[in-house]
Design a protein around this ligand. Structure first.
Ligand SMILES: *Cc1c(COP(=O)(O)O)cnc(C)c1O
Length: 395
């Protein structure tokens, strides 16, 4: 097999043409600013889509998370229960406020926060007021269980739906299961603005605060008057034009991602692997990234230090780093599973809670799993070749 001439990406922006129209309109009307019609339109359309009362478009998902943590009243020294297997932005938003993330281990059914471990965390830290839940790779977490546990302990949920825009749990869109909810329009997400994010909530007082904080906390006064610390977190009307142009294509993107996922599942059905799982009775993921998990007995030896990896190739067996290396050789981009937060040196002072005090599910999925090329623009032929490349690693 020859390497791909054109690189096959993990997940790259997929433009449709309308984006340029909205950028151009903003340019010609001179709304090259953090106000304008693109911003008010995406605010309206996304509220409608998700079923949220209010939203504020922001510079990125991380900014939205930070404001959500502030709205939840989190202050220095407070504990926040947080999904362990996630992108660093989730945790950083807690640490920006000098609060303590407590990492909750992952379950195997959805690769999200384990409700059993969450219940245990409340036994150990009953005064915790906030649970920050991520929908990893576009698969919703188990919200019935998680919300019930949080409410029983008088805690609120914040939903980091950065990866799951358009996904549904029991027929309801993700991005509305928390009191405060976060989306991202970063370049590799299901739809993009090149960058950008959004906070969503039904809390009117909260959204007004978020809006104010995001514009440097200007008071209503004839001059720059400030009673509290603010941030420059607003989204640009140009970025909003891209998001606005992408919005009508969200469902098309999801259909394509779902097709990619199902084709991988079919292509690997006789291999000792499983795909990133979800409960088809309650969940409709957006299938943002297709991932696979290698069965334990099909793993060759793989040793990872903090920054390097080595493995011992073995016939009939493989490991994520052999597959990733092989994909790279053919000019295709895969990625390791997001390395769990409790394994990150920067987080070493924080607590990690598992369901039984010993089994580390997150570390296991990190060790045996990987993200496959999941780009919308990958052709069927390209994907067939990726499948063949992966299969060759098991020979
Ligand atoms: C992408 C992402 C974010 C951050 O979004 P940005 O817009 O890049 O700041 C937060 N959480 C998760 C889980 C993400 O994947």
């Amino acid at each position: 097999m020859e390497p791909f001439e054109k690189r096959v990406w993990l997940s790259s922006p997929t433009m449709h043409g309308d984006e340029m129209k909205y950028i151009k309109e903003a340019y010609e009307a001179n709304w090259v600013s953090t106000e304008g019609e693109n911003l008010s339109e995406i605010e309206r359309l996304i509220c409608e889509k998700v079923g949220s009362r209010y939203a504020v478009p922001l510079s990125c998902g991380t900014a939205a998370l930070h404001l959500a943590i502030k709205l939840a009243g989190i202050k220095q020294g407070d504990n926040v229960f947080c999904s362990d297997m996630t992108f660093a932005a989730t945790v950083n938003s807690i640490v920006y406020e000098k609060a303590n993330p407590i990492f909750i281990d992952t379950e195997y059914d959805t690769w999200n926060m384990d409700p059993v471990a969450l219940e245990k965390a409340f036994e150990l830290y009953p005064d915790t007021k906030v649970v920050l839940v991520v929908n990893l790779y576009g698969t919703p977490a188990k919200y019935d269980e998680i919300c019930a546990i949080a409410h029983k302990h008088n805690a609120i949920v914040i939903e980091d739906a950065a990866e799951s825009f358009g996904a549904k749990y029991k027929g309801r869109q993700t991005g509305r299961f928390g009191k405060y909810n976060v989306l991202s329009f970063n370049g590799n997400k299901i739809i993009t603005g090149s960058s950008g994010g959004m906070i969503l909530t039904d809390d009117e007082e909260g959204i007004n605060k978020a809006r104010k904080w995001s514009t440097q906390s200007r008071e209503i006064a004839p001059w720059y008057q400030h009673n509290e610390i603010g941030y420059n977190y607003r989204m640009s009307n140009i970025i909003a034009g891209i998001v606005r142009g992408q919005l009508p294509y969200l469902e098309k993107h999801i259909d394509r991602k779902k097709e990619i996922y199902n084709r991988y599942r079919e292509g690997f059905k006789d291999l000792p692997v499983t795909m990133n799982p979800y409960d088809a009775n309650t969940m409709e993921p957006n299938f943002w990234l297709s991932c696979m998990l290698i069965d334990e007995n099909a793993m060759c030896e793989q040793v990872r230090t903090d920054t390097q990896t080595s493995y011992v190739a073995e016939s009939g067996k493989t490991c994520p780093d052999e597959i990733l290396e092989t994909l790279e050789k053919y000019n295709a981009e895969g990625r390791p599973i997001w390395k769990p937060m409790h394994l990150q040196p920067v987080n070493k002072e924080y607590t990690f809670i598992t369901k039984d005090g010993k089994t580390d599910v997150g570390a296991d999925i990190f060790n045996r799993g990987l993200c496959l090329p999941s780009d919308n623009k990958m052709t069927l032929e390209e994907q067939d070749k990726i499948i063949e490349i992966v299969r060759s690693c098991f020979e």
